[in-house]
Design a protein around this ligand. Structure first.
Ligand SMILES: [Zn+2]
Length: 458
């Protein structure tokens, strides 16, 4: 799918053929391509328009148009998956995928060619309004380090989906986000508000450098229909550090490039060059924490920690309205019911310093088809938000795992929200390895991918 460098290349290459030309008619062969009006209405709107300027905004080619010296909107082209713009002599055969052809006053035609028909070639009477939803241009002065750092900090979103969001920053797509995050050494699942100013400044410069170099190489022709208006492929694909290179060695450290799914998009990264962020804190107490099996009286502390941990750990991951609606009393009631009548094999553990309960974990037999009673599962492990990052979680987890081993389990699995960066890191440090298990966590109005980790207990 063409991104900023490809669309910029298209705009630059058609510009000398179009600026100053007048459109003499319109041959609309696929009405949906013109985005709303009938073919006749589109023809009436564009016939006689002069193309004054060809430029790019985000992933759109924009052609400012005028009639009798007065500005009359703009033609706006979104190439989407397979769209192309060609300027050809009228007799030249451009094949059967021409969706819109505009004859010009020099005997040539501007042709919008689109195999998959997802692209759009529209005439906007108010182009500013049409483009108003877009974030700043990464190569313009609007995109400053100061703005970028503040914007990342205020969004509290997972980094990669945020960078793909055209209302946040315009023009980036899957390829250039993966490339830029790798060069900047940032994990795609990192939370945007955890990016330091220094890293934001680095990512800012990397985004500009990657896009500028890709424009110089006329974009990337990788696994797409992208060709320049002259029919040539771009060449930036030969510079790719991670995109499409899963399984191949990282060009910097030689660890194999991994492919994961982030926000439904295939995502390429090197887990050594782009480590998941580590929390850094020290234990704020001199009292040694202890781990024990929970009693019914612990239900209040556990329900409270459970609710607060969700609101903290899943902020930016689960919908805000959903988290706001979580009810502490309801969770306390459910925890009490579990403690009074635990399901077969299920154990709840608490870790405490002095009289204060810092966190809890729930374990039992695996709910998956990991049969034979040999595979355990840690269903939940949560700390009070203020106790995260002190090592208490690791201590509690180690205790639970050794108890499961003593009970005869051979292996333990855990299920983790794909977007929950901190948990991926936690389990990786505890010796867990991600396997191919995947599922979804769904509730009212959302569904999110969940992945499985496992570790031998022997
Ligand atoms: Zn690497």
């Amino acid at each position: 799918m063409p991104e900023l460098p490809e669309v910029e290349t298209v705009a630059r290459l058609v510009r000398p053929h179009l600026e100053g030309r007048t459109i003499t008619g319109a041959d609309v062969r696929w009405e949906r391509s013109v985005g709303g009006p009938t073919a006749a209405a589109f023809r009436d709107a564009v016939a006689g328009l002069r193309i004054d300027r060809v430029w790019r905004r985000a992933k759109y080619v924009v052609m400012d148009t005028s009639r009798d010296g007065s500005r009359v909107g703009a033609l706006i082209v979104h190439l989407r998956m397979t769209g192309r713009l060609h300027v050809e002599d009228a007799e030249h055969d451009s094949g059967k995928f021409v969706r819109v052809a505009l004859p010009l006053d020099d005997g040539r035609e501007l042709r919008f060619i689109d195999v998959r028909k997802f692209g759009r070639f529209v005439h906007a009477t108010d182009p500013a309004e049409f483009l108003a939803h877009l974030g700043p241009e990464p190569l313009s002065d609007d995109f400053s380090v100061g703005w970028f750092h503040r914007a990342l900090a205020s969004r509290r979103r997972v980094l990669k989906p945020l960078l793909l969001d055209q209302t946040f920053l315009a023009g980036l797509g899957n390829i250039y986000v993966d490339e830029a995050l790798h060069v900047a050494g940032l994990h795609p699942l990192r939370r945007s508000d955890r990016v330091t100013r220094a890293k934001a400044a680095l990512l800012h410069d990397v985004i500009r450098n990657v896009l500028t170099e890709a424009i110089e190489r006329e974009g990337s022709s990788f696994d797409t229909f992208y060709r320049t208006p002259e029919g040539n492929p771009g060449s930036y694909q030969h510079q790719f550090q991670v995109y499409g290179r899963d399984g191949k060695p990282c060009r910097r450290c030689e660890r194999p490039i991994q492919k994961i799914v982030v926000g439904q998009r295939g995502t390429h990264l090197c887990t050594r060059c782009q480590p998941v962020p580590r929390p850094r804190k020290v234990v704020p107490t001199t009292v040694t924490p202890t781990v024990r099996l929970a009693q019914v009286a612990d239900a209040v502390a556990i329900g409270r920690i459970h609710t607060r941990a969700w609101k903290s750990a899943y902020r930016g991951i689960l919908p805000d309205a959903y988290l706001a609606a979580l009810d502490e009393d309801e969770r306390i009631r459910r925890r009490r019911a579990w403690l009074e009548h635990p399901p077969e094999g299920v154990e709840t553990w608490v870790i405490q310093t002095g009289k204060r309960i810092d966190g809890f974990a729930v374990s039992g037999p695996s709910r998956g088809r990991d049969t034979g009673g040999r595979v355990a599962e840690v269903y939940a492990i949560y700390l009070a938000p203020k106790r995260v990052g002190c090592g208490l979680g690791r201590q509690l987890f180690a205790h639970v795992l050794s108890s499961l081993a003593a009970e005869g389990f051979h292996e333990t699995v855990v299920w983790v929200l794909e977007a929950n960066v901190a948990s991926h890191h936690f389990y990786e440090r505890a010796g867990f390895v991600r396997d191919d298990g995947h599922s979804v966590y769904a509730d009212e109005g959302f569904s999110l991918p969940v992945v499985r980790y496992r570790r031998s207990l022997r």
